[in-house]
Design a protein around this ligand. Structure first.
Ligand SMILES: [Ca+2]
Ligand SMILES: [Ca+2]
Ligand SMILES: [Ca+2]
Ligand SMILES: [Ca+2]
Length: 266
């Protein structure tokens, strides 16, 4: 028999691993910034869409900006080489071998503590010409969040159509939390970055940080939304391969030619 597996994240502000998210980076330790604490970064790519999500460890409701850098070409001098980023935060990127991690796009969200919601979201494209450094709010995109007046932003999920960022074969991604206003900088990052000390409350809001660490999302190497796999009775993972016992993931139990149930083994 042929089974079609259909998986892509649901952008609803609820992080459910069964939606097909892959874990990218994490720092579950609590930091000195109780309202600006990242926990984990997730990604997926399917159906021509890049999906990204963060879970925070916030224990307070603070107005903050949540930034994401997307580098689609990993090329020297290609991307943000300014001394501030698209939202004028003091965040710079390493234009150095071997990485040349310079974002060609940034995605930013503003969490407003008064309304306890995301009040601004934008996909910004680096242009880099003398009169136009960035195009802000390139196009609308789908996002959703959860959070409240006690603990601030808890989960943020969003989806970027890959054709809006040039249909790359891989995307390098970093994320951080910065202050509410221009001129602030990051106080936490994923993956953790050496220049950001999430315990230094004296200087981290206003120093200049280098976002030097990133995850690599291989667009072609990620399970696509559609797999046609012939199956016999057994337990299979989302790629349609027989599951190794004890390996975490989403599994299907096939009995008598029918999908009996799905399991998440952690
Ligand atoms: Ca979701
Ligand atoms: Ca943390
Ligand atoms: Ca770049
Ligand atoms: Ca900082």
């Amino acid at each position: 028999m042929i089974i079609l597996f259909l998986f892509s994240p649901v952008i609803d502000g609820v992080l459910d691993p069964q939606e097909g998210w892959m874990a990218g980076a994490g720092n579950p330790d609590t930091t000195a910034f109780k309202g600006a604490d990242l926990d984990s970064l997730y990604y997926a790519a399917s159906g021509g869409t890049l999906y990204l999500a963060i879970k925070t460890g916030n224990r307070a409701n603070w107005s903050l900006s949540y930034g994401f850098a997307l580098d689609v070409d990993r090329t020297q001098n290609s991307g943000c080489t300014d001394t501030v980023d698209s939202w004028q935060r003091r965040i710079v990127f390493p234009n150095e071998a071997p990485d040349y991690f310079l974002p060609d796009y940034e995605v930013y969200f503003y969490w407003n503590e008064d309304s306890a919601r995301i009040t601004s979201a934008g996909l910004n494209k680096w242009v880099g010409s003398p009169d136009t450094l960035w195009i802000w709010n390139l196009c609308p995109f789908n996002y959703a969040w959860s959070g409240d007046t006690l603990t601030g932003l808890q989960v943020l999920e969003f989806a970027i159509p890959l054709d809006t960022i040039g249909n790359p074969t891989k995307v390098l991604v970093s994320t951080w939390i910065a202050g509410a206003t221009e001129g602030s900088s990051a106080v936490d990052a994923l993956p953790p970055a050496p220049s950001i000390d999430p315990f230094d409350t004296a200087k981290e809001w206003t120093d200049t940080d280098t976002s030097s660490t990133y995850i690599t999302v291989n667009i072609s190497g990620i399970p696509r939304v559609r797999h046609e796999v012939p199956l016999k009775d057994g337990i299979y993972n989302v790629m349609g391969r027989k599951a190794a016992e004890g390996t975490p993931g989403v599994y299907f139990v096939i009995e008598e030619g029918k999908v009996k149930k799905t399991l998440l083994i952690r």
